[in-house]
Design a protein around this ligand. Structure first.
Ligand code: AMP
Length: 410
């Protein structure tokens, strides 16, 4: 009997966590989803949710999981309990989220030793993310050396940015020597959401100009012209751009000299300050937009100021990218805040009527998992909410690369 290999396991390996989803590509359905967190600590936790009929509910396991190898073995065991093990002939490939692909990787790429070496070479520009991604890849290759493994890069969608958008105005030799330029992140989400937005408008991606606002705990904006990214708000690292949950986004770089000279802070302390103790959390003590909106409703002034700073930055990027694109067919909100916080969407376009931007209050209040238009009928620029799905995008890109060549005997 011949079975078709039509499933893809998507792995998102962080420094102390692994998130995973097993997808069936014939209908884009999820067969299982899960998460291993606090890897290396005594109280590691694996939460596995099978989604196939009759498989039962969520299963949870706590106790030390020493490293990524043990974590992936535990994931493989859980999948095997549902008859979905890594050795199943239906598994076509494993798709890995890789944060930094530099300039070299503009497409999803089948992983071999050369690709691994290149991802390793990029560690200096992504010291927090690429090492964890590499560990995940190496472990998955040990478990299934025969299976195609594909890297899908967060930076890939942004490699189309023109030089004048990607370069910082600093000394060219220094920039080139240290590969300092704007790479952008969240590319998988921006690619997926901009394509879905074109479909929502009934157009081909090549026909539309879109501003995508990916507002999660991390946040970034992208200007997408005819399906190609022409600018994005994150830069060399994910620190640049919008105000985020714990990251400052844009600041005068001289703030860092000042903190060194005047406050005596070390580079590592400043790194921690700007990445982990700034943004909404630094401004008001909370990084969760739900909590901030609750506090704003109660009249809390610190939360109000944090919200206003967040919205002001967002407006500046909408304005900037409107100028970059010239004609804007849609402004689209996505990710945790963008999909759920009607108040953020309303405030971000408030007063932008003269630019053709407005939201309809009733449409904006609707809660749904579906892509939807929230601007009034006939608006010059459509405002929309399009839920992102990075795992599906990674699975689709992976499958497109390797799926059709994998028909196996079972
Ligand atoms: P993400 O990084 O895309 O998972 O987004 C996570 C963030 O989304 C959280 O930190 C919250 O700030 C935000 N979020 C999630 N649900 C809601 C909601 N119902 N209202 C407002 N913000 C939300």
């Amino acid at each position: 009997m011949t079975a078709h290999a039509t499933r893809v396991l998507v792995l998102n390996s962080g420094s102390s966590s692994v998130k995973y989803q097993l997808l069936e590509m014939q209908d884009n359905s999820r067969l299982a989803v899960g998460l291993v967190e606090r890897i290396g600590e005594r109280d590691s936790r694996l939460v596995h949710t099978p989604l196939t009929a009759g498989a039962g509910g969520k299963r949870e396991r706590t106790g030390k999981i020493a490293d990524h190898t043990e974590a992936l073995r535990a994931v493989a065991d859980e999948l095997a309990r549902d008859g979905l093990g890594l050795d199943s002939p239906e598994l076509a490939a494993i798709g890995h989220r890789v944060v930094h692909g530099g300039l070299k990787f503009s497409e999803p790429t089948v992983i071999d030793d050369g690709v691994l070496a290149e991802i390793e070479r990029l560690v200096p520009v992504a010291p927090l993310h690429n090492p964890a991604n590499l560990t995940g890849i190496r472990t998955a290759r040990e478990l299934r050396p025969d299976l195609p493994q594909v890297a899908v890069f967060d930076t890939a969608f942004h490699t189309t940015m023109p030089e004048y958008a990607a370069r910082y105005a600093i000394d060219t030799e220094t920039a080139d020597a240290h590969r300092i330029r704007r790479y952008g992140f969240h590319g998988t989400s921006h690619a997926y959401v901009s394509r879905k937005t074109a479909a929502l408008l009934g157009k081909d991606p090549s026909e539309v100009n879109v501003i995508v606002l990916h507002l999660g705990n991390g946040a970034s904006a992208a200007a997408v012209a005819g399906g190609r990214c022409v600018d994005t708000s994150m830069g060399l690292t994910p620190l640049e751009g919008l105000v985020m949950g714990t990251r400052s986004g844009d600041i005068d770089p001289a703030v860092t000299f000042h903190l060194t000279r005047v406050a005596g802070m070390s580079v590592d302390e400043i790194d921690e300050l700007l990445n982990k103790k700034s943004g909404l959390a630094g401004l008001c003590g909370d990084n969760d937009m739900r909590e901030i909106l609750r506090r704003v409703d109660e009249g809390d002034e610190r939360a109000r100021l944090a919200f206003d700073i967040y919205i002001h930055r967002l407006k500046k990027y909408i304005g900037a990218y409107s100028a970059v694109l010239g004609r804007v067919d849609a402004v689209v909100f996505t990710a945790g805040v963008g999909e759920n916080a009607a108040a953020v969407r309303e405030a971000a376009v408030a007063g932008l009527g003269p630019m053709g931007l407005a939201v309809d209050a009733d449409r904006n209040a609707v809660r749904s998992d579906e892509p939807r238009i929230i601007s009034p009928d006939g608006a010059r620029t459509v405002v929309a909410v399009v839920p992102t799905d990075e795992e599906l995008e990674i699975a689709q890109q992976t499958f497109a690369l390797v799926g059709e060549v994998r028909t196996v005997d079972a």
